[in-house]
Design a protein around this ligand. Structure first.
Ligand code: MG
Length: 221
């Protein structure tokens, strides 16, 4: 049995990894504009309030579009990304426990659907990219549920489903997970890259294998 009625997951760095800990945004910026370094400046501008999150998404996505990105080429570009060991086994173990499994992430839907097309998530909150018939980027929708918004999404789903926050768990790895980790009844920092997250999380699991989070989420026996 699961100890929780709802378990929410981050994607980049939590279920999916890059050898240098890059997010999907850095991977695609490197592919289409030649560098992932712009992410640092755009993040700084976002934190400073100079650009909105939606502005940031638009800057990245239009950069790829203007460089001629297509759906199939973007999927090829995901090659450096891989599922973290134990992802499928961990999700399989949680499926059928009655716990509602969801994603609240700043990732791209195309990446999740490429690396984990058979995912068991009842709901996925992340950034959307749409393509025209020729496979070119035609539109996008920035998620309102990254950063502090992750907490908003968790609270909204819990309220709608009638699940107390004490029965909600969260698994994440980075600075954008701090607010939701604080709001969830129980939070796991998985291979954390943020000291702030470590401070907020109930437990840290840094083995690099997602099967090792199961003892924290399931009742023994
Ligand atoms: Mg992450």
């Amino acid at each position: 049995m699961s100890r929780f009625d709802l378990i929410a997951f981050d994607i980049d760095g939590t279920l999916v990894r890059h050898p240098d800990d890059w997010t999907v945004w850095e991977v695609l910026n490197k592919r289409y504009i030649g560098t992932g370094e712009v992410n640092k400046q755009r993040y700084a501008d976002y934190v400073a309030g100079k650009i909105s999150y939606a502005d940031w998404v638009e800057m990245d996505v239009t950069g790829w579009r203007d460089a001629g990105a297509t759906k199939s080429d973007m999927i090829e570009g995901f090659a450096p990304l891989e599922l973290i060991p134990g992802t499928r086994e961990m999700l399989k173990a949680l499926e059928g426990t009655g716990s509602r499994l969801i994603v609240i992430s700043g990732t791209l839907d195309l990446m999740l659907n490429t690396l984990l097309p058979e995912h068991p998530f009842a709901e996925v909150y992340c950034n959307h990219i749409g393509f025209d018939d020729a496979g070119k980027i035609s539109h996008w929708q920035a998620t309102p549920f990254d950063m502090q918004g992750k907490e908003t999404a968790l609270r909204a789903v819990a309220l709608r489903e009638g699940i107390p926050l004490s029965r909600c768990a969260y698994v994440g790895d980075s600075g954008n997970d701090v607010w939701i980790a604080d709001a969830a009844g129980f939070s796991i920092a998985f291979c954390p890259k943020s000291e702030e997250l470590v401070a907020k999380a109930d437990v840290v699991v840094d083995t690099g294998d997602l099967r090792d989070i199961l003892p924290h989420l399931m009742d023994p026996g």
